[in-house]
Design a protein around this ligand. Sequence first.
Ligand code: AMP
Length: 603
Amino acid sequence: MGRIIGIDLGTTNSVVAYMDGNEPRIIVNEEGGRVTPSVVGFSKTGERFVGDVAKRQALINPDCTLHSVKRFIGKRSKEAKDELALVNYKVVEGRNGEVGFDVNGRVYSPPEISAMVLQKLKKSAEDFLGETVTEAIITVPAHFTDRQRQATKDAGTIAGLDVLRIINEPTAAALAFMHERKKSATIAVYDFGGGTFDISIVRVDRDVGEVRATRGDNSLGGNDIDGVIVEWLLQEFMNEHGMDISGERVARQRLLDAAERAKLELSSALETEVHLPFLMADQSGPKHLSRSLKRARFEQMIQPLLDRTIRECEKALADARLRPEDMDEVILVGGSSRIPRVKEMVRDLFRRPLNQSYNPDEVVAIGAAIQGGVLEGEVRSVTLLDVTSLSIGIEVEGRRFAKLIQRNTVIPTQCTRMLSTVIDNQRSVKIHVLQGEGALAAENVSLGDFELSGIEPGPRGAPRVEVKFFIDASGLLSVSAKDLRSGASSNITINSPTSFSKSELEELRDEASTFEKKQLEQGDLKDLRHQVEKVVMALEAMLREKRATLARNELTELEHAVKRGRMSLTKAADRTNLEEVYSWLRRVHGNLKDKLGSRPTVH
Ligand code: AMP
């Protein structure tokens, strides 16, 4: 078995870690960074960039730069309306009503884009560890639905990873705590990232942890805070210039960028300046925007968002039947937890100093690596019993929602339900599976439906079909059914419009792997051209410096080598040809260097 890597696939940034014996370590990427922006950029010519390079192109090419994709994963387009204001690229309706991103006329799904980020992390890990990596633990927000978890797993598969387990982000942070501290405590993990918020209350008894309650919001994070600042700047621009520029992509991207920078600065400074020269122009000339923003005003603007996180904390405490003062430790996770007002509010709620010894950007990936180590048997056994954060059930008469597995139930778990027919000789039953807490079916997330067919004919109510709902350790749901009269049993696939079929996944995985190979080849070719260029330059220097000392045949050889080398660089790339030229040039250079070394240099 190869090494299992732990991946925090974040809305804004992603991090990959591994276990070096009993020590978790962060893997640096090609650019030397410990975090990789979860951003994928496309050029008009079909080139693809992931991470820092993609993030840098956002300002000049906003339509083709996809960020915050995690806000859309596992969602249908009609469920993602709130997210549209936060991004600047084209979000369309993809296959079966799911979200799609239109880039240069091709529609990508969120798992495909997430897979590109995962591919980069996988490659960083392979380069760093010097071995092929095929297995991973990926983290998700605790409040992710089954559909969002499944879509994340699909992203892993497309990237060529076998996702051994999906674990909740706050749970991963708790694992890091358990691994390091080895002490009993009740901890609260407050996880406020770029796109999501989670709070988990965990009871740790040395090496066994139990999540007592978890709550959260999948549409609440640093993105929304940036959005509040953007709205304010748009309004200020409107007041000053009388122009609504909310629909202008490039201007909007600049505003988003400036908003995030202002927010980051306000975590350490009490005031910041936003300068956006030439933001727009009309017949009367260019329009600029320049404003200062005080931390006090910023805190007032974002207070409603922060209040939402505190309300979730209060609900989690109530679910766990604990008081704030029962917490021994409060751990902050996620970049947005660095905001001073956030720290102040969390401290006030729990009435205790915060544990800031963990790097909020890295602790989740560390926890995922530890979970990988546990599965590998490398790490001393730490067990963390997690819970399902949302109830699962089915639609019943009157379009109501009947919960079968309540939220905060320890996973893995299962539940059995007897179903029957409502009319005589009914041969099939359709079951609509939902996830959420609403009393009405429509108030919950639909996971899809399945049809149970082949029921033995009989009077209504007579057939007895046993349906089993099983939630595994990754929080993923599967359903199986058995007709008790015929004894026939079947595993049921829920027809969820957002998930891929096995063959679709294989096709996408092959496509991703072919693309990666091609990029590697292109990268190799670029390196080779660079090497050829270096030898040609060395030969040119030789020609300049030794010309006066060269015999006729040496001059001819040198001039010919320079000419052939330059020609090979201007022609369209042909690898074999370039390799041939390269080795010939090196030979010529080597021979002449030996011969001419002792002759005088003329400048
Ligand atoms: P994460 O998903 O944990 O990577 O968190 C990313 C989010 O944290 C982004 O919205 C960042 O803008 C935000 N963030 C990172 N550092 C800070 C900071 N010092 N102050 C405020 N927000 C921050």
